[in-house]
Write a protein that binds this ligand. Structure first.
Ligand code: AR6
Length: 165
């Protein structure tokens, strides 16, 4: 699998599946989650309610339709909330490995990822990048491209350095 980086908005990526940094309630929120629900439209929330009546556990992944986005599916993951004291790194790495497992179930070949937990949840950015890159590279999958989508230039540069280093 190729692990790549682009700068941009995850909601416009032309891939099979986009990964959402959701919360365990699975009813939308801010950050990437808000952007994905706005771009996908009400079908995303309807599918969340139908498929995840009791939400989703931290570290786990599950899919819904992508609604109006170019992608076919959203793979929702729930990262640990560092700011709330959830600092078990295996909960963060499992978001990436579980997302790839769900992508394999769906037959998705191109998957776009945000930097899970690195925004509102406050995970230190350099370690969030290392967790993403190491786990994506270390997981067996049929996914051909895992595309990390950086929202700003500094994050793009830091991911690029991690991929090249
Ligand atoms: N495309 C790509 N990256 C983005 C976008 C976008 N449209 N918007 C933000 N980012 P966050 P978390 C970056 O806060 O830390 C929500 O309320 C952002 O700069 O979206 O896992 C959920 O419902 C950062 O680098 O996710 C949860 O309650 C990264 O995406 C909570 O926030 C992740 O930031 C999850 O917090």
């Amino acid at each position: 699998m190729d692990v790549t980086v682009v700068r941009g908005d995850i909601t416009t990526q032309d891939v099979d599946a986009v990964v959402n940094a959701a919360n365990s309630r699975m009813r939308g929120g801010g950050g990437v989650d808000g952007a994905i629900h706005r771009a996908g439209g009400p079908a995303v929330l309807e599918d969340c309610v139908r498929r995840f009546p009791h939400g989703l556990a931290t570290g786990d992944a599950g899919w819904t339709t992508a609604g109006n986005m170019p992608a076919e599916w959203v793979i929702h993951v729930v990262g640990p909330n560092y700011n709330a004291g959830q600092r078990d790194r295996s909960l963060l790495t499992s978001c990436y490995s579980r997302a790839l497992a769900v992508a394999d179930e769906l037959g998705a070949r191109g998957v776009a990822f945000p930097l899970v937990s690195a925004g509102i949840y406050g995970w230190p950015k350099d370690d969030a990048i290392a967790a993403a890159v190491d786990t994506l590279r270390g997981t067996d999958t049929h996914v051909e491209e895992a595309r990390l989508v950086a929202f700003d230039a500094a994050t793009y540069d830091a991911i690029k350095a991690a991929l090249d280093g």
